[in-house]
Design a protein around this ligand. Structure first.
Ligand code: CA
Length: 442
């Protein structure tokens, strides 16, 4: 567990003015990693850190001799086109040293010469194209929101919404890594088997009930060997940082295919992630206790239980989902807020997910992406997907321009945002995870 330290001091300011505005996602207290290149150039893809309205090119900073002995190892590895071959692999002490050094060179106390050297390696975010932060070898999706699980369960099994395993096992499935894409990538409406008429055979048609799922993902840093487990006490040592995830879902395909082995083609056509990986250290001020189980609920089994996890295993991360339809874009209308939820409402923590995942000796590898499942809260406006918000399409959403939505239409863009706020600390943000729907290629 990483404690709050001097890099979280709310009074720290940067000499880069855009990092000091009250609404920036990227103040000096955040410093999330990304992989980028300058748009429309043939420059190499490389590792950067977001600060205000800029991305800082880490390897170029190293070439300008901006890193000292301790932080040097990480900086020199930034000459790489992904985080899993550089910073994610390094131990937490080096990562901490690197963050401290970044704060030094970006803080308003930095001297003139340092500022000049940093300045030449700052690229305006508006000129940047982002790439996948890591080679995701494996992608796993959990189902950690008890509110989501109960809502979805009650649509299909009104008398028995939550299955008996839910409070014992962090439920998950193996997703598809090859179709995880970076924010901004357009999503082609998938085709699949639809069986809307129980009396007839299914048809192979473009998905009719296309949905998003508001999730948070984490990247595995330190790996574990095949056959080796990870204790709940050590779990967070294996987690590098968090990003936003949209687990696009074809509900009609899902309803027909999911029994008995769970989701398959309803999920594997695309998953979008935000470009910035917010480190565990940056998130230290926003840790909260694990979800408080109702009286009568079983306690987690011993291997999923620790005092630290109970006291501090959760994250207070605000999540928002917006929709902008083609018509809204044509009319220059602002995106419409569909829901607000919070990661602290998850029944299972990231530590429990990681420990459970490795509890059979499954080897988790650097760069693996593990997502939480739809983050829904108790309230109606805290439901993290359209399936819940429109109750399977029965209660359509009325948009301000008169349009109506049950599920996503072609041209719709889904925009997800995440941020942390706590009194006595600087607000930090995750940026956005966007994706617009293209018509099926039929
Ligand atoms: Ca999901």
């Amino acid at each position: 567990m990483i404690n709050v330290n001097e890099t979280h001091d709310p009074n720290l300011k940067s000499w880069i003015e855009s990092a000091n505005t009250s609404d920036t996602n990227f103040p000096i207290q955040n410093l999330p990693f990304c992989v980028f290149t300058r748009a429309c150039t043939y420059e190499n893809v490389r590792v950067g850190v977001a600060i205000g309205d800029f991305v800082l090119d880490i390897y170029s900073c190293y070439e300008c001799c901006l890193f000292d002995d301790e932080s040097f190892t990480i900086a020199v590895s930034a000459d790489n086109y992904c985080l899993d071959h550089s910073v994610m692999k390094k131990n937490k002490d080096l990562q901490r040293a690197f963050r401290r050094r970044l704060v030094e060179i970006l803080s308003e106390t930095a001297d003139e010469e340092t500022r000049k050297n940093v300045q030449r390696n700052l690229i305006p975010m508006s000129e940047v194209q982002f790439y996948m932060p890591a080679h995701i070898g494996d992608y796993t999706d959990f189902y950690c929101s008890i509110f989501h699980a109960t809502n979805v369960g009650s649509m299909f099994r009104p008398d028995n919404p939550l299955l008996p395993n839910y409070k014992y096992v962090p439920i998950g499935y193996h997703g598809r890594a090859s179709s995880v894409v970076i924010s901004g990538t357009e999503i082609v409406r998938p085709k699949g088997q639809n069986r809307s008429d129980d009396g007839k055979p299914p048809e192979y048609v473009p998905c009719k009930n296309l949905d998003y799922e508001m999730e948070v993902g984490f990247f595995v840093g330190k790996c574990n060997e095949l056959g080796e487990t990870v204790s709940i006490e050590d779990a967070e040592e294996h987690i590098f940082g968090l990003c936003l995830v949209n687990d696009w879902s074809a509900r009609d395909v899902q309803a027909w295919e999911y029994q008995p082995l769970g989701p398959f083609l309803a999920k594997s056509f695309a998953t979008s992630i935000s470009p910035f990986v917010v480190t565990m250290e940056a998130l230290a001020p926003f840790r909260v206790p694990a979800f408080e189980r109702e009286t009568g609920d079983p306690q987690p089994l011993d291997y999923l239980s620790s005092e630290q996890n109970e006291k501090n295993g959760g994250f207070d991360i605000n999540l928002e989902v917006y929709l902008q339809t083609q018509k809204m874009r044509d009319e220059n209308a602002e995106p419409f807020l569909l829901s607000r939820s919070n990661m602290k409402d998850l029944y299972w923590t990231v530590g429990q997910m990681l420990t459970h995942h490795a509890s059979n000796g499954c080897n988790l590898q650097t760069g693996d992406l593990i997502a939480t499942g739809t983050v829904s809260g108790e309230g109606k406006d805290e439901r993290g997907c359209l399936l819940e918000l429109t109750w399977r399409g029965k209660e359509p959403i009325q948009l301000p321009n008169g349009e109506e939505r049950r599920f996503l239409e072609d041209g719709d863009e889904v925009i997800m945002k995440g941020f942390c706020e706590r009194e006595g600390f600087r607000r930090i943000g995750f940026g956005e995870c966007r994706g617009a729907i293209l018509p099926s290629d039929s």
